[in-house]
Design a protein around this ligand. Sequence first.
Ligand code: 9G3
Length: 569
Amino acid sequence: MRQRTYLTPTLREIPADAEIKSHQLMLRAGFIRQTASGIYSYLPLGNRVLRKVEEIIRSEMDLAGGQEVLLPAIQPAELWEESGRLGDYGPELMRLKDRHGRDFVLGATHEEVITTLVRDDVQTYKKLPINLYQIQTKYRDERRPRFGVLRSREFIMKDAYSFDTSKEGLDKSYQAMYQAYQNIFTRCQLDFRAVEADSGAIGGTDTHEFMVLSDIGEDTIAYSDSSDFAANVEIAPVFAKHDKSNETPLELEKIDTPNIKTINELTAFLNIKADASIKSLLFMVNEEPALVLVRGDHEVNEIKVKNAFNKATVELATPEQTAAILGCETGYIGPIGIPDGVIVIADKAIESLVNGVCGANEKDKHLKNVNPERDLKVSRYEDLRLIQEGDPSPDGKGTIQFAMGIEVGHVFKLGTKYSEALGAKYLDENGKSQTMIMGCYGIGVTRTIAAIVEQNHDENGIVWPISVAPFDLHLVTINVKDEGQKQLGEELYQSLTNERYDVLYDDRPERAGVKFKDSDLIGLPVRVAIGKKAAEGIVEVKIRKTGEMFEVHISQLVDKLRNILSELN
Ligand code: 9G3
């Protein structure tokens, strides 16, 4: 492609509202432009990367037995009424009416569409299992779109849906997708981890998120420093052991703690360690009060609390509810002397506490020498806390570290949640009607591109991995007014294109400095510069990733490029 006519509008300045590197660089290098908040146009360079990533995804999905379809972005609202989800999503689900006033939604995801399609066209076990996927635009009206295409309101997703006749079948489909995702993100040359995750609202059991390690990631990953254990911190199980201290249990005693409300104030005031205190949080579980206890040096994990009450509606009590039920403000609540209707569940670490401190359910008062066995009515001890750095890894190997991650993929075992609701059934070998068992599998395609840039850039611009680069080579004629250079440039453009390289040819009448800055910004893997030594048939080859430069005679150029590019793969 000749840059003289190619739309590659690079920017010198960093756009003001672009906070992260990938957003800044994709704008400055002319890959995207914002059309509206959270809505982007992909310019030719950005579009070529998009196509390359999609090609990697498509090839792995096809290898894994996926059948590519294309589903409508505009979906009849009735489908979401039938699945019972229309009410689950507020303004994030974009809605519209057609000319007849009928209600539609813009596709945020496609469980309803694909399940009704399979329901109507697959009725026998002979056609199962089946895995259907699409690569398509999704719409989610994020309240705060940010970070460019990392969190946009319109984005491209690969979403796949598997339909099986048994749980074992689903496990196989899930494993095939899990492996395909490993291949896809490896081929995108990303540093990623597959982490155990929480299935959230859409239900189902097993689920994994594919996280690209990055400090600007919004998710925290808990991983072991000496095994491949990794989990979203939201659900990471805690297996820390707490042996009981051999202190003598003392008599319970109420103490004055004027205006002492937080754990930090309490530990400073009483000169005790946080692990000797009890943090009490009042939750409303289906409107019933439940007091949750964790040790003062731990944080309650609300997802685990929800799971402890098998996903009932669990909300932290308001200050008003707390005052009404426990008779004081949150800073002084505790598990002793509470109304019978309030059940108490505690994190496992509480069980081995000796002579602890907790709120006295009275303003400016706490209780000390609390010994759970003697003084508390804990209905069950559960794993209720957030895992922390330094905790032992749940698999018993090594210690937990934290890292931030960008979620680029998410795979779910859905079970019959949608096939039940929408009646996707099949006749089994005995002619008996059975409900299909589903899995669903998503990749954020446009988000993956931003994640690749986050992991592949330097102070001069993007450094594209060869597998997803918009072009293989950047051919730059430094002075197009010099006949010799111009001539050699044309020749090399032809010969390298004939060698089946994708070549971006900078034939613009710009100064050398501008050309080199743009070339580093756009970040193609290899640059071939034609300059003063053109007359001797010598060109300068530069590897973008390492900065290495070589002077090469054009007779050696193709061989040199071949082994450089094979090195970069
Ligand atoms: C909505 C809106 C936002 C949503 C959803 C629905 C997330 C929604 C979960 C999924 C699950 C899987 C298939 C591909 C992989 C992910 N945000 N989810 O269902 F209406 Cl506005 O999308 N779907």
